[in-house]
Unconditional design. Structure first.
Length: 492
């Protein structure tokens, strides 16, 4: 039996009695903490790249744009890479619910560091702390949502889409308010507002956490006490190695994205090997893990393009987008709120469609294939505006392109969260979710590395080639759907 098959206390009760928009009412607590965490996360990230490459007289650090984009990509990749740590601690030591709580505290501390510490010190302390905390929160919040449903509950994908709505409510409001604070008061006020948002989420979750199902606190594969010392030594050694790499210049600002890509590839191979090689999973569970591999590859292709909203699209908006609104210059960071608006509108539509179709909805591999193809099309839509002069791309055009981004996202992201819990072996419940986030980590780090190839004076090869590659990957996955379906062993 997979973790998706575990029925929570909530599912055993009458679902009609008290619900949250037709979903288990406990979803409201997770919806809230994710909403505030995403407010702080995207609010900060909306101004981060600008802070890194804007000149000192503009309040920034004055880094080269390609270096700044690489840092943002590496940081984003590190967020998702650290889901491994958060998932491992949950599955082996503390359980998902406790890890989620402590991760939220860590995130708040990171935003405070960005707001109060000057220059590079604030960036280093803040981004490292937020990356570790966000990784712990993301994997475990998703895992806990999975405990609210039985394996055959038709509300499952709809519930994950509603959960995704909470994410994007925060992602919509965050860049608007932090961007406004940055343009009127300064970057550190924007970072401070992100810290306040995370504090609100922590308070809200502290009030509601006691209502979560018992499965959320279970440690499914507890680490024996006699092995803990060894893991402590490994953790300390890792910190020492990283410190030495920074001190000697082996790890520096220009190669951060490549390092994160390499670490993510190694972690991915190791994690698949550990899960597939475990003697404690059944033959059916192993088959389902194999089915996840092509989905993982498509997810990497998708995120390597989608996450360029925070690198190339931000640079594009800063230079080429016409941001004039009736004589007022819209903050660049407000572009980051366009996609969440569409997610807020469309996530309910997608949730209703999946719930209405029930067992007749498209298979998960086809959803992934469609999302990857649509993402490729979104990049091709930049071509009519390629190589334009400063301020010549109409805002409405970028709004339309980001609408296509959103359609692609809703075919992959909430569905990916859902399928990772359905395909997960019981003893690797949270760590399977971390595997999905590893695909996001790899794609995000790649997006930062790809940004170094972006040439504002010759944009056609960049948008054209990357868009075509994504379309090909999606078509290959669609063609292999019958094989993937058999490996999924009854899971849709």
């Amino acid at each position: 039996m997979t973790s998706a098959g575990t029925t929570s206390d909530v599912a055993d009760k009458e679902p009609e009695a008290k619900t949250f928009f037709g979903q288990p009412r406990q979803l409201a607590h997770l919806f809230g903490v994710e909403m505030w965490e995403r407010f702080s996360f995207y609010g900060m990230q909306g101004i981060l790249l600008l802070y890194l490459f804007y000149s000192a007289d503009q309040g920034g650090l004055g880094l080269p744009k390609d270096t700044a984009a690489g840092i943002v990509g590496a940081y984003g990749g590190a967020v998702y890479l650290s889901t491994i740590l958060g998932a491992w601690v949950a599955d082996r030591i503390l359980g998902s619910e406790r890890v989620l709580f402590f991760s939220a505290v860590l995130i708040m501390i990171g935003h405070i560091a960005l707001a109060l510490l000057p220059g590079g010190l604030g960036v280093a302390v803040g981004l490292v702390t937020i990356a570790i905390g966000s990784g712990g929160l993301k994997a475990n919040a998703t895992s806990i949502v999975g405990t609210l449903y039985s394996a055959d509950d038709p509300r499952r994908d709809g519930g994950f889409s509603l959960f995704y709505l909470g994410i994007n409510l925060g992602a919509f409001v965050g860049p608007l308010l932090t961007g406004l604070a940055q343009t009127t008061l300064g970057f550190h006020y924007g970072f401070g507002l992100a810290a306040i948002g995370m504090a609100a989420g922590l308070i809200q979750y502290s009030i509601g956490r006691r209502h979560l199902p018992k499965e959320a606190s279970v440690v499914p594969n507890r680490l024996p006490s006699d092995r803990r010392t060894r893991f402590i030594v490994i953790a300390v050694a890792a910190v020492v190695v990283i410190a030495l790499a920074v001190a000697t210049g082996i790890l520096n600002l220009t190669n951060l994205a490549l390092v994160v890509i390499g670490l993510t590839v190694v972690a991915t191979i190791a994690y698949f090997s550990i899960i597939l090689g475990s003697r404690r999973i059944t033959k059916t569970e192993r088959s389902r893990v194999f089915a996840f591999i092509p989905l993982f590859i498509a997810s990497v292709a998708f995120w390597s393009l989608y996450q360029q909203q925070f690198t190339v699209v931000t640079i594009y908006a800063d230079g080429q987008l016409n941001r004039d609104l009736f004589g007022w210059q819209m903050p660049v960071s407000w572009v980051q709120s366009i996609n969440p608006i569409f997610v807020i509108i469309l996530s309910g539509v997608f949730a209703a469609i999946w719930t209405k179709l029930g067992s007749r909805q498209p298979l998960t591999p086809l959803k992934f294939a469609g999302g990857t193809v649509v993402m490729g099309v979104a990049f091709l839509l930049f071509l009519p505006f390629a190589n334009g002069a400063a301020g010549t791309t109409p805002l409405l055009a970028l709004v339309g392109i980001l609408f296509v981004f959103t359609v692609a996202e809703l075919l992959i992201s909430p569905v990916g969260l859902s399928i990772s819990t359905k395909l997960a072996p019981e003893i690797f419940r949270t760590q399977m979710v971390a595997l999905f986030f590893l695909s996001v980590a790899l794609g995000t780090a790649i997006s930062g590395q790809l940004a170094a190839l972006y040439d504002p004076a010759n944009q056609v090869p960049y948008f054209g080639v990357l868009g075509a590659i994504a379309i090909v990957v999606g078509l290959l996955l669609a063609a292999s759907t019958p094989v993937v379906r058999r490996l999924m062993a009854g899971v849709r």
